[in-house]
Design a protein around this ligand. Structure first.
Ligand code: GTP
Ligand code: MG
Length: 368
């Protein structure tokens, strides 16, 4: 049997990894290739898994820790997908606050399990506004230095830096970002793409399909700083139900996201939002609405629209922000309840988890 190709799409929260997985999966299908997807989170109830499943892609979700700490679960997920569907390509999205993935995931896969998978170069997807802040091109509020430490390690270990969302940049800002990236990490290939428009995406896919990862020494990582950086982020995963007379789910998602944003910013904490994503799945039906917010001062946007109004829907909320998770829980419960009430909807919660990611303890860590 042919070995599937393991394609990992890293990058910070909100950069566009899931959007890229969906685009790659569609393109691979159009090229007559089979795909398996692997999503990952510190907890259960993932928006990303719902999006990939709604796209009709065979998807395994690894919860309860990142790929490096749950390496055996990653391997088992790859094996299950291979046994079920014999995919040509395994698309894997690590948690957006993770780094050191080459040494803890790609190298172990290549060195220990190279008879089972071919490992593609590691792409690191970048939101250009966030990258501009980290590289000092934009004088705007950003994360604390320990979170920035993780962001910089992600770029440092990339085999391929993929600047996404070029539609958000002027020509001048685009070349300033390219220059800043190349100055900081000379010799690193930088690709510019627009996942929304499709610009450059086929060429990127060709690169990860035609190249294999090349071994090099493991990057230096200060795991104390990495752990502190992750622990500064508050994580909230919430699942619940909305019920009432027919309502416009798209409008509801937009209003709830805008209200959450407003409260998170107006409070004394004024926290930086890494990514707020919410889905609404109507029952019965197989429709999906998704709203995303990737920066504190950007407007929430629908990346998927519900086609029709609904009476009953399952709501999933994934919020990652630099703030106390208990406070995020309080704010989310208050805001969601208020916005539900405003629309005359009954609202209930099935599960809720609020926490800070634990210290990463990789199963393997290999260099050359
Ligand atoms: N303007 C613009 N937005 C984009 C583009 N590609 C993706 N996005 C948006 O960026 C937001 C985040 O995208 P995701 O794919 O969910 O990001 P992610 O990296 O998977 O985020 P996490 O799973 O939280 O780490 C969504 O609202 C996307 O629609 C693009 O080319 N242009
Ligand atoms: Mg994602």
């Amino acid at each position: 049997m042919l070995r599937p190709r393991y394609v990992m799409l890293g990058g910070f929260l909100g950069a566009g990894k899931t959007t890229a997985m969906l685009a790659f999966a569609r393109m691979l299908r159009d090229r007559g290739l089979r795909v398996g997807a692997i999503t990952n989170d510190q907890s259960v109830g993932l928006v990303d898994t719902q999006m990939l499943q709604a796209g009709g892609h065979q998807t395994e979700e690894i919860s309860g820790g990142c790929f490096c700490c749950k390496f055996d679960s990653l391997l088992e997920a790859a094996q299950r997908l291979t046994a079920e569907n014999q995919p040509d390509v395994l698309l894997a999205e690590p948690v957006g606050s993770c780094t050191d993935l080459r040494a803890t995931v790609s190298e172990p896969l290549r060195q220990i399990y190279g008879d089972r998978v071919v490992v593609a170069p590691l792409s690191v997807v970048v939101d250009p506004i966030r990258a501009g802040r980290v590289l000092g091109l934009r004088d705007e509020k950003q994360f604390s230095s320990k979170v920035v430490y993780i962001y910089e390690r992600q770029l440092e270990e990339a085999d391929l830096i993929v600047v996404n969302k070029v539609d958000l940049l002027s020509t001048e800002d685009r070349s300033a970002l390219r220059e800043a990236l190349q100055k900081r990490w000379p010799q690193k290939p930088v690709l510019e793409v627009g996942l929304r428009s499709g610009m450059g995406v086929e060429a990127w896919l060709d690169q990860v399909l035609n190249q294999e990862m090349v071994s090099r020494p493991a990057m230096e990582v200060n795991y104390d700083e990495y752990a502190d950086g992750e622990a500064l982020l508050g994580w909230l995963n919430l699942g619940g139900k909305l019920k009432g007379a027919e309502f416009d789910g798209n409008q509801w998602l937009l209003e709830a996201a805008a209200e959450l944003q407003s409260v998170l910013q107006q409070s004394a904490v004024d926290c930086e939002i890494a990514h707020l994503k919410m889905t609404l799945l109507p029952h019965p039906g197989n429709d999906l609405g998704v709203v995303n917010l990737v920066r504190r001062n950007a407007p929430p946007e629908l990346s998927y629209r519900l086609a029709e109004e609904l009476e009953f829907g399952e709501l999933t909320v994934n919020l990652r922000a630099e703030a106390d998770p208990e406070w995020l829980r309080e704010v989310a419960l208050d805001v969601l309840g208020r916005v539900a009430g405003k629309h005359g909807l009954a609202w209930s919660i099935d599960q809720i988890q609020a926490f800070r990611p634990g210290r990463p303890v990789p199963v393997h860590r290999l260099g050359v």
